[in-house]
Design a protein. Sequence first.
Length: 246
Amino acid sequence: MYDPKGNGKDRSVENVQFLEAEPPEHLRGIVHRFLELRTLSPLSDDYRFHALPDACTYVVFDQRDPGVTGVTRLRASSEELNLGTSFHFLNIRLLPGVWQGGRDETSYGLIHDAYTGSLPLIALNRSLAGKDFAAKQSALSEFIESLVESGRVVANRVTERIFQHLDDIHSVADMAAVSDLSPRQLQRVLKKTTGFSPHDFLKVLRLQQSLNGEPSLAYADQSHFIHSFRKATGYTPGKYARKFDV
């Protein structure tokens, strides 16, 4: 199954806490992880968070500013986000393709502005303040259940089939075959539900396979792997491993 490594945490920075937890069993076809990233005390320098491309959709809550929340997707290349010297974020990482809301409801990168959409994100963000991580997971699970009931998020059978056959996929044609779709149908489904073309979706899957320690399964040769990794992240694999903890 797809197990994205969505974040690179700077190895040299202390006093930053990163927590993650699996969702309840009945939500595991929808949610990959609940995540919390926060400073335990103010940092001496701005913290740069390396967001890796993982094809997931995130619901982001800024626990220091209840009005700053929203739904976001990343691009096919990574982004370094400056979080400042003091921060507290709570995220829901949804599996690729499960978000059924409109593309106008998502934005790329980190949410900076006050939320103005129709979801009850601001009220939920306020209700989460002061709770421990376990209690927050319960509230977030209830929120996802409400999205499932309304049809806002739905398990994606196409991406599920792709994830089940990752070891057999080496091209977009392979991806279409395991999905029982034509290349044109696959293009339409993936673009609508993940925001990625099949080619970019495959690049993201290959990058994620390399982060799981399986570059030989995803790339024809070592030089191709290094070139592709550097293009996606801005670092060679060796430099990335020295700088970030994934």
